[in-house]
Design a protein around this ligand. Sequence first.
Ligand SMILES: [Zn+2]
Length: 397
Amino acid sequence: MAVVISNLRQDAVEGNFDLVADINFAGKKKTVVFSRFGNAPQLFSARPTFEPFAVMMLAPAMLAGERLVIEGEVDAHLLFQMNGIVQDILKAVIPKSSKVLVDAAPHQSLAISPGTNDDETAMDAGVGSADDLPAATGFSGGIDSSYVMSRGFFKRDVPKSMQIGLLMHHNVGAFSSTRHYQQSLTQIGHWADQRGLPLVGARCDMSPWYEGMTFLQTHTLRNVAAALSLGHLFSGYMYASGYGIESVIKGRLTNIDSLNTILLPLLQVRHNYFRLFGSEYTRTEKTIRVVSDDLINDSLNVCCRLRRDDCQFLNCGTCVKCSRVIMVAEVMGKTHRLEGNFDMKAFHDQRNRCMFNFIYSTFRPGGNRSNRVLVRYLLENGFKFPSAMRPLLKMAA
Ligand SMILES: [Zn+2]
């Protein structure tokens, strides 16, 4: 039984601009909403498109082994790639899936501008072209997205097409709770306001569609789908990713992120393209650069502790991710820059435990081996670990 996407429409609801379609999957029909919000002036000028739903439903259709039928138009480039190499890539990270037919009417020319289906008409009417639109990025406050903002927004030492003029913050089912999402959105909203950056986003809990797949197998598709629902607001999307070409060369295809170098350019539509930003550096190199940049490091939000009700800071100061940043800042003499958003007292009170957990993370099962590069950096730059940890450090570095 095919997976069918139909009845595309949009509707302004309580300050949001909802993009809506019906999806028939496994004999059940559901209405799916991308609830779009934000303060970009053109937010309500979108033309409804099927692309977000098509990208979102490709992996579920492949896992079910069912045809994906879109009862309407999909950008011709995207449709071609979704019927080809995109599925090969997804099969590499979701081995239980199988290749399926994606059936839609190919659309050769999607309009970027409001209220028209004709790109040339839009140009004639002087209502803008892709060149007028800014590059966008998602911003979480983590190291990868902070690195994008450090160079793409503050330093602007990258080509103009990579310079950021729009922030996005989506909820596609990644947050542990609504409260966690709201807290994160409020913080990023303040941050964007202070810097004069428009912030938009889309809410669509995609998790029910991805049963049988993990978040790490699917999150690029979720984020691209959400971004495409706001495709009339940006040209290129700078995707902050923790993986670069090395994962492809070495065949470490552990999750969808490890294939983003290839996958992202394939998901473009006529006026929106997706590119990795920052994959030229390792996580350690990016951490050093972000901590060095006084304009960005006071907005870091790296904490991986899920329950933080008892913590007044965004960053608990004691989890492995917080410890990693604090130790780099110590080596660089920059800890004072973290005092506003890291619980530095908690780190100092539990210093040895934090160091131990961090070192152990480099070799424990399921740990993060890339942290070894950071251990080596700390040792080479004079970070003082307790002498009792020397045997562990040998295993870690
Ligand atoms: Zn933390």
